[in-house]
Design a binder for this molecule. Structure first.
Ligand SMILES: Nc1ncnc2c1ncn2[C@@H]1O[C@H](COP(=O)(O)OP(=O)(O)O)[C@@H](O)[C@H]1O
Ligand SMILES: Nc1ccn([C@@H]2O[C@H](COP(=O)(O)OP(=O)(O)O)[C@@H](O)[C@H]2O)c(=O)n1
Length: 194
């Protein structure tokens, strides 16, 4: 039976960093599900058509990491038909052998409610904006506004809103280094696996 690790949380909380490193640690596959929504937003045109026809090459575009692509992703991610078109691919990926790590907003609640490990990664708004601003070489105040707007939209939408699963372990990385956050995340998963 494959082992699934579901990691959710708001923008720039550190979930991708933790997901990638956990996948490396356990020898699992990793899927950054935010990239699916970023690609649908970046493709333009009818987002439902774009989601239904999404190709692996669409995830390789070099314009997916920008703040604009994040906003476009968050808008198309509120469309039920867009989300529905992406479910099967994510669920299939989650069953990769010997295991998979998926990070996003609805992995523990909707995509993989049966995941063996569920983490909800958070950090204060200020810390998250500081990290993302550093990464993008952008203005912190502007990034803070963008993150808050996106988080509010992601949490308020009717379909698969961003929220911790009832059985998720909360991990606040505000005052943790990447190594400290990772040590806690791996320790939890090792306990579940044992
Ligand atoms: N615990 C941490 N301490 C300091 N910086 C972190 C931590 N976790 C992540 N980062 C940095 O913050 C930025 C955003 O992290 P990322 O994993 O991309 O977040 P998310 O996937 O939640 O958007 C990256 O530059 C990453 O190196
Ligand atoms: N499982 C997911 C993943 C992302 N998303 C949407 O896609 C947007 C971009 O996600 P992301 O994970 O790439 O964003 P960051 O947290 O890296 O900034 C989010 O703001 C959500 O609107 C989603 O709705 N469900």
């Amino acid at each position: 039976m494959p082992f699934t690790i579901a990691i959710d949380g708001p923008a720039a909380s550190g979930k991708g960093t933790i997901a990638r490193a956990m996948a490396r640690h356990f020898g699992f596959s990793h899927l950054d599900t935010g990239l699916l929504y970023r690609a649908v937003g970046a493709l333009g045109g009818d987002p439902i058509v774009a989601a239904r026809g999404l190709q692996p090459a669409d995830l390789e575009r070099d314009d997916l990491r920008s703040a604009e692509a994040g906003q476009a992703a968050s808008r198309v991610a509120a469309i039920p038909e867009v989300r529905a078109a992406l479910v099967d691919f994510q669920r299939r990926f989650a069953r990769s052998e010997p295991g998979a790590v998926l990070d996003g907003r609805d992995i523990g609640t909707v995509i993989c409610p049966e995941a063996e490990v569920k983490l909800y990664v958070t950090a204060s708004d200020q810390v998250r904006a500081g990290r993302r601003a550093l990464e993008l070489g952008a203005d912190v105040a502007q990034i803070l506004t963008e993150l808050r707007e996106r988080d509010a939209r992601d949490a308020a939408r009717d379909v698969a809103p961003m929220r911790p699963a009832d059985d998720a372990i909360m991990l606040d990385t505000s005052d943790l280094t990447i190594e400290q956050a990772l040590t806690q995340a791996i320790a939890h998963a090792e306990r579940v696996r044992a």
